[in-house]
Write a protein that binds this ligand. Structure first.
Ligand SMILES: [Cu+2]
Length: 183
């Protein structure tokens, strides 16, 4: 899938695109060095500087005469075991779409290459749910206090009392704020 070439990774990524909707980005492994054993590229460091998302494209650019790309398990990644890959890519210009969160482990299956560091862990962090704080201070400005839903019948009087106390407490707070503001 060569539709998204190297060139589009740079200027096309305007900050606006990343505002709310995460747009697909293309990450070329090793940047200008590509996928290689030359120059001791630190792929761990390369990956650490990126924030990967589901939908991103990981581009492995290399000379297929000398290298390949194998997606492997975590165990095989650690052991540099290229005998049981999940998937193998050999074109020299392989674009791999990240379709799930979590770790995606890749190594070069040519003997000795993984051991010299030609391996990369693409980690897509689990998304944190962003929730608005339930008891925000702004709720003090209104008289609607959020009280847990009352259980049937028995707690009804208590609930009413609590509501009354809540309003009393609120008016006291408002009063205190008023007094301190003019003291
Ligand atoms: Cu290699």
């Amino acid at each position: 899938m060569a539709l998204l070439g190297h060139g589009q990774a740079g200027p096309a990524l305007s900050p606006i695109l990343f505002c709310k909707v995460s747009m697909a980005a293309v990450y070329k492994v090793g940047d200008s060095a590509g996928w290689t054993t030359i120059g001791n590229v630190d792929y761990k460091n390369w990956a650490a500087t990126k924030t990967f998302h589901v939908g991103d494209l990981i581009l492995f650019a290399y000379n297929p005469q000398f290298h390949n790309v194998m997606q492997v398990t975590h165990a095989d990644y650690k052991a540099c075991n290229a005998t049981t890959p999940i998937a193998t890519h050999t074109t020299g210009n392989d674009t791999i779409s990240i379709t799930a969160r979590g770790h995606h482990f890749f190594l070069c299956g040519v003997p000795g290459h993984c051991q010299t560091g030609q391996k990369v862990d693409i980690n897509v962090p689990r998304t944190l749910l962003v929730q608005a704080p339930s008891g925000s201070p702004s709720s003090l400005s209104t008289t609607t206090t959020t009280v847990p839903a009352p259980s049937p019948s028995s707690t009804a009087p208590l609930y009413a009392l609590m509501g009354l106390l809540g309003k009393l407490g609120l008016s006291m707070v408002v009063f205190a704020a008023f007094v301190s503001g003019f003291a």
